[in-house]
Design a binder for this molecule. Sequence first.
Ligand SMILES: *[C@@H]1O[C@H](CO)[C@@H](O)[C@H](O)[C@H]1NC(C)=O
Length: 291
Amino acid sequence: MGNFRFPAMLLLSIFVGSFLVASAGDFHQEFDLTWGDQRAQIVNGGKLLTLTLDKASGSGFRSKREYLFGRIDMQIKLVAGNSAGTVTAFYLSSEGPNHDEIDFEFLGNLSGDPYIVHTNVYCQGKGDREQQFYLWFDPTKNFHTYSIVWNQQRIIFLVDNIPIRVFNNEESFGVPFPKNQPMRMYSSLWDADGWATRGGLVKTDWSKAPFKAYYQNFNANACTWSNGKSDCASQMLNSARNNVWQTQALDASGRRRLRWVQRYFMVYNYCADLKRFPQGRPRECRHSRFL
Ligand SMILES: *[C@@H]1O[C@H](CO)[C@@H](O)[C@H](O)[C@H]1NC(C)=O
């Protein structure tokens, strides 16, 4: 028995090993620390990244690569304890005045009070598409996976692989959709106590500083953009990688989970904010099956 098992395990580990190298990112290779000096740090041989916020400054990083469509996953452990007033952002964004952006923002809270996950989609410089959610777990105890699936047909926001929001491509109804501007992944931790916690009522308690957020296991299964073209044009690369994300949609179980999140955890939905849009709700709200 032992004689058979060893080579099988060896083969398996070679196979799994080469896969990991191909897809899992070393933070040193994937990111530039862009803000906050020593407050942003890559440690553990590139496996862990930490952001810090103190009274003088926050901190942030961004991907070296630009992407045009893809699936981006990051595991994050949010600021623990009294995180009121702090915001940890994790988003994709293009550059320039009419930029596109796909946002996760985690709004801190007093110890024991729930974080809010704030999401938004900007297209050609215009956002105003906020949806907010509570989480079904304490995001400061462990790492959880936050993902953005961005393909030609839709954008899906996922938390631990559970869809919390879908933004469909409704260009046929005249709603712009981000599809021409490559985006980088950004993340930052900063002070936003003017609005973050209970709309700005609860301020940052600087006696609790420094505040810290942790990142690991970044994965980009994405089309990389460089020198004006996408590497997804290359057939050879395409057949070698996992392209499920390119046509990813919600199946029956995804729809059920999305409805569960919307029913029990949704805090705010711009599509349901009739006071805000007296002239009528935005077009995409009228057409989507899911608000
Ligand atoms: C913070 O906790 C309060 C009280 O439970 C809640 O109303 C609020 O939505 C929570 N989150 C934020 C970010 O304000």
